[in-house]
Design a binder for this molecule. Structure first.
Ligand SMILES: [Zn+2]
Length: 165
């Protein structure tokens, strides 16, 4: 059955067994997890980082952006979590999914490269947002459906500018 709401639960560790309708959020490990809102039972893990998902909190309400698109799951769910509400979005065509995936791969690769450069040289200032190691372990089934914000591209470019040499 489709969920219409998710209840946020802030935890240190994501439990092995997830309850339906609960969004588990680990700020320490910068990740959140829930069972797919379509009711298929698949677990959806979303890394929280500037180039992946961003969680905003307003009292007891949480919102996630961009949308959750489980393209590689049989259900192909696509929804937005806004103020604990699950807003169902239209499912995408094969063509759209392919394009989103390609873009995500490029974005993630750039981010990982940039991150590696930062670590290797240590030459980059502390203003750059740090990225969790989870990025490389993100399940391939989950894609961003939104272009990373321009500031991230600017940031990546600035890393290249100062980091290569
Ligand atoms: Zn599902």
């Amino acid at each position: 059955m489709r969920q219409t709401h998710l209840k946020p639960q802030f935890v240190e560790f994501i439990p092995d067994q997830l309850d339906d309708g609960v969004l588990y959020i680990s700020e320490r490990f910068r990740t959140c997890s829930h069972k797919c809102c379509c009711g298929c039972g698949d677990e959806v893990v979303l890394p929280l980082s500037p180039a992946e998902w961003q969680l905003s909190r307003d009292g007891d309400f949480v919102s996630l952006w961009p949308s959750v698109g489980n393209w590689d799951y049989p259900c192909r769910s696509h929804y937005v979590i806004r103020r604990n509400q699950v807003r169902w979005a239209a499912s995408m065509t094969e063509h759209q999914i392919r394009r989103v995936k390609q873009r995500d791969e490029v974005a993630l690769r750039l981010q990982i490269n940039a991150n590696n450069t930062t670590r290797a040289t240590g030459a980059v200032g502390t203003s750059a947002p740090s990225i969790s190691a989870d990025a490389s372990g993100a399940p391939s089934g989950i894609s961003l459906s939104n272009t990373p914000s321009l500031s991230i591209w600017k940031w990546i470019r600035s890393l290249w500018g100062s980091g290569s040499g």
